[in-house]
Design a protein around this ligand. Structure first.
Ligand code: NAD
Length: 270
C-alpha cells in the first residue's frame, strides 16, 4: 500500500511499453500513491496491446502520441486536461530510441538521417513536451517534470553510440527549460541517470548482459532496478523535493563515483 505521497496529483507518463519498462513501474507506483494518470506512447507501441492492460489495471486513459510530433503532443495534453478537469502536476518522459543502435551501425559509419531521428525521439521530444505544455498553460505551480538519462552523457560507453549525444542534449534541455519554468511557475525539471536496466531499450544496446554485471560489481549498492527507479521518481514528483531542479541525478548504486571496486580488481587478478 502506498502512503498517498501523490494524492490529488495528476500526471502524464510516457513510455510504458511492457511490464519491464521503467515507465510501467512508475505508473503502478504513482497510482498506488494516489495519483491520477494518463498514459501515452507512440502509435506503433499501441499495437502490442500491453499498455491497454496497464491502463485497465490503474484506471488510466491511454492517448497515443508520437513524442516528436508537436501536433500529437498538443492533442495529448489538451485531452489530458479535459480528463483531469485541470492542469498537470507531473510528467515522466521515459522515451529513447536510436535507429543506428537498433540496426547495429558502427559509430564510424553512422547514418546521419538516423542520427537526427535519435536526437529528435530521445532528446528534442523533451523540449517539445515542455514547450507545448507552456504554450497551453498546462502545468500547475510546483509541478515536477522528469526524464530518464544515462551516464554515457558524461563518459564513453562505446556501444551506446549516438544515444550518448542524445542523453547529453536531454540533460542540457532539462537545465535550460528548468530555469525557464522555475522562474515562471516554480516548476522543477530534472533528469535521472539510471543504472543499466533489463528493458527493451536497455537490452537493445550491444553487450548488455556483460555490462549489466560489470556495472553491478562497480556499484557499492549494486545496480538500481526499474522498481528502485520508480521509487525515486515518486519522491521527485512528491512535495518533498520542491527545491530540486535543473539537476542530473545519478541513481546508480554509486557507479558514477566509483573508480574501481574490489570485485572488479579480483576479476583482473585471476
Ligand atoms: N534500460 C536501461 O538500461 C536504461 C538506463 C538509463 C536510462 N534509460 C532510459 O529510460 C527510458 C525508458 O526506457 P526503458 O529502459 O524503460 O525501455 P523501454 O523500451 O521499455 O521504453 C522506451 C520507450 O520509448 C518509447 N518510444 C520510442 N519512440 C517513441 C516516440 N517517437 N514517441 C513516443 N514514445 C516513443 C517506446 O515505445 C518505449 O515505450 C529511456 O529514455 C532510456 O534511454 C534506460
Amino acid at each position: 500500500m502506498g502512503k498517498d505521497l501523490l494524492k490529488g496529483k495528476k500526471g502524464v507518463i510516457f513510455g510504458a511499453l511492457d511490464p519491464n519498462s521503467i515507465a510501467w513501474k512508475v505508473a503502478l507506483k504513482a497510482h498506488d500513491e494516489g495519483a491520477e494518470i494518463v498514459l501515452s506512447n507512440a502509435p506503433i507501441a499501441m499495437r502490442m496491446g500491453e499498455i491497454q492492460k496497464l491502463g485497465e489495471q490503474i484506471n488510466a486513459e491511454i492517448i497515443a502520441a508520437d513524442a516528436t510530433s508537436v501536433e500529437d503532443l498538443e492533442n495529448l495534453f489538451s485531452k489530458s486536461m479535459e480528463i483531469f478537469s485541470g492542469k498537470l502536476d507531473f510528467v515522466l518522459h521515459s522515451i529513447g530510441m536510436s535507429p543506428n543502435v537498433r540496426k547495429g551501425r558502427d559509430y564510424g559509419d553512422l547514418n546521419y538521417d538516423w542520427f537526427q531521428k535519435t536526437l529528435d525521439v530521445s532528446a528534442l521530444s523533451f523540449h517539445k513536451v515542455m514547450q507545448t505544455l507552456e504554450k497551453q498553460d498546462g502545468l500547475n505551480e510546483e509541478a515536477s517534470i522528469l526524464a530518464l538519462s544515462y551516464i554515457a552523457a558524461q563518459k564513453v560507453f562505446p556501444d551506446y553510440s549516438d544515444m550518448a549525444q542524445a542523453k547529453a542534449l536531454l540533460e542540457s534541455i532539462a537545465r535550460s527549460y528548468g530555469y525557464r519554468l522555475g522562474k515562471s511557475k516554480k516548476v522543477r525539471v530534472n533528469t535521472i541517470s539510471q543504472s543499466p536496466t533489463p528493458t527493451t531499450a536497455g537490452t537493445g544496446v550491444g553487450g548488455f548482459d556483460a555490462f549489466l554485471s560489470y556495472a553491478d560489481q562497480m556499484s557499492p549498492l549494486g545496480n538500481a532496478s526499474a522498481e528502485d527507479c520508480a521509487d525515486y521518481c515518486i519522491s521527485l514528483f512528491s512535495d518533498y523535493t520542491k527545491k530540486v531542479t535543473m539537476q542530473n541525478l545519478f541513481h546508480d548504486g554509486g557507479f558514477s563515483s566509483t573508480g574501481i571496486s574490489a570485485e572488479v580488481m579480483d576479476n583482473f587478478g585471476k
